[in-house]
Design a protein around this ligand. Structure first.
Ligand code: ADP
Length: 479
């Protein structure tokens, strides 16, 4: 694949310009413009929906084995082009190259997984209540899927959604994040090269100014049968409210506010490792990151001291493409200003800055450790989405479960304990969709990803991920 950046939208197998002109994509590490990308309007989105609807007629009729073969080809092409994709991803997102490379592998894993799952998307026979009837279920693709994805995993989230949609037999219109459309368009090129038929995957980037227009068009179209979105809770709520009139299926992966709890029996070495990985991966910009770190008062000082030492020893801030760094810039000014305000207001309210707490120029923010955090401080009530660890001491299990669940989000939760009864109690008591017990990295293609409460609806990955894109049809035979 050439190093040339792809800047036009893919609609029905054609690379097209946007009627909105172009919008700039910048390198968050330098502020430099990398490229200008097609700014699609509701017009191009409508064409993309029509192309997807036309392509659906053929794609749905392919056998699952044929569809699986195409998915495996996409996996192969992603892996072949891993370095090219990772470089573009790192440039526009800012994340370290090693993380970007890992993310391409993560995206590829969903193509492999769903290629396999497509062939096992079984219906069933149901024991009949009558001798003259036979009852059967089959699964069928719902139709055109709208997939709206965020900037923090520019190819991971697209891969997870597109692979499931295609495996189920749906076609799709992808609206990537305005900060990271170049990776999405490179992905579109890979699909084309892998032999995904024209119209099966359409990619329509647009600028921030146009997202409402484009989002409204996707929600309003009766041809779009399912909308799968990953992003903020506020935008998820906006989309949810607009999908009512057409009664679409919805899959929403929204904000998280993950508690990370360290009990007295925990292996502190593992707990510090887990907290470091969860907090600082992608510079803290993930929805499953440890947002509130609760540490039992008996081990609080020891934990803080070891965590601070680990931060000093391991974290290196710099441009994603620089060797040896593992903390990139914050994605954009809006997010950066938000982060600065959260820390400033929390410190004014009494939180103690043990490390960091300052801007390093441009969009770089120093990895930060705050202690003495109270539950009503912004750092504990908002999704931080940055490299800021907030430590809250607690006294007992009952109290910490209450505090952990005092949030309208319920995506992920983690805790470290070697007390086996406590492990069961706490795993069951946390109001979250995913629990890590003595483990901070829980996401994989095999496992169901999704949250409770305002963290969303539905599951991605796993065998359940296909169901978001399929109808369960019941057929009754009279004999
Ligand atoms: P963040 O605040 O982290 O950028 P968002 O939820 O705003 O997260 O963005 C996630 C995705 O949702 C991006 O692709 C963004 O363009 C898109 N988006 C934001 N607002 C809308 C909207 N009103 N309709 C459709 N998509 C939207």
């Amino acid at each position: 694949m050439s190093d040339e950046l792809i800047t036009r939208a893919l609609v029905g197998g054609q690379w097209i310009n946007g009627r909105g002109g172009t919008f700039p994509v910048t390198d968050p590490a330098t502020g430099d413009e990398i490229a200008r990308v097609a700014d699609c309007t509701a017009g191009e989105v409508t064409s993309a929906i029509e192309a997807a609807a036309a392509a659906f007629e053929g794609w749905r009729l392919r056998s699952t084995k044929e569809r699986a073969a195409v998915l495996l080809k996409v996996r192969d092409c992603l892996l072949q082009e891993k370095d090219t994709i990772a470089t573009v991803l790192s440039r526009e997102n800012g994340k370290p190259l090693a993380e970007a490379t890992g993310e391409v592998g993560f995206a590829a894993s969903f193509f492999e997984w769903f290629a396999e799952e497509a062939r096992r998307h079984y219906g069933e026979t149901i024991p009949s209540p009558s001798p003259s009837k036979r009852l059967v279920t089959v699964r069928q693709p719902v139709g055109v899927a709208a997939l709206i994805t965020p900037w923090n995993f520019p190819i991971g989230m697209i891969g997870r959604k597109v692979a499931a949609a295609l495996a189920a037999g749906c076609t799709c219109v992808v609206k990537p994040a305005e900060d990271t459309p170049l990776t999405a368009l490179l992905f579109a090129k890979i699909c084309e090269r892998a032999g995904v038929p024209a119209g099966v995957v359409n990619v329509v980037p647009c600028s921030r100014e146009r997202v409402e227009e484009v989002g409204a068009a996707l929600c309003a179209s009766p041809r779009v049968q399912v909308l799968s979105f990953t992003g903020s809770t506020a935008v998820g709520q906006w989309l949810y409210s607009r999908c009512g009139p057409t009664v679409k299926k919805l899959a929403l992966e929204l904000g998280g506010d993950a508690p990370f709890i360290v009990f007295p029996s925990a292996d502190l070495t593992r707990a510090v490792e887990g907290a470091m990985a969860s907090k600082f991966r992608n510079t803290g910009q993930t929805c499953v990151t440890a947002n509130r770190i609760f540490v039992h008062e008996s081990i609080h000082d020891e934990f803080v001291s070891r965590f601070a030492s680990a931060m000093d020893a391991e974290l290196k801030v710099g441009r994603g493409l620089e060797k040896g760094i593992n903390q990139g810039p914050i994605i954009n000014q809006r997010q950066f200003d938000r982060l600065v305000k959260i820390v400033k207001d929390s410190v004014s309210a009494g939180a103690k800055t043990v490390r960091g707490g300052l801007s390093l120029g441009g969009l770089f923010y120093a990895p930060t450790l705050l202690t003495g955090v109270k539950m009503d401080m912004p750092v504990a009530t908002q999704e931080i989405f940055g490299p800021v660890a907030a430590i809250i001491p607690f006294q007992n299990e009952e109290e910490v479960i209450r505090l952990a669940n005092t949030t309208d989000k319920g995506l992920a939760g983690y805790f470290y304990s070697n007390d086996v009864s406590q492990v069961w109690r706490v795993a069951e008591a946390l109001d979250v969709g995913m629990v890590g017990v003595n483990e901070a990295m829980v996401s994989s293609c095999e496992a169901p990803f999704g949250g409770f409460k305002q963290s969303g609806l539905g599951k991605e990955g796993s065998r359940y991920g296909l169901d978001e894109f399929a109808h369960l049809k019941y057929i009754c035979f009279g004999i």
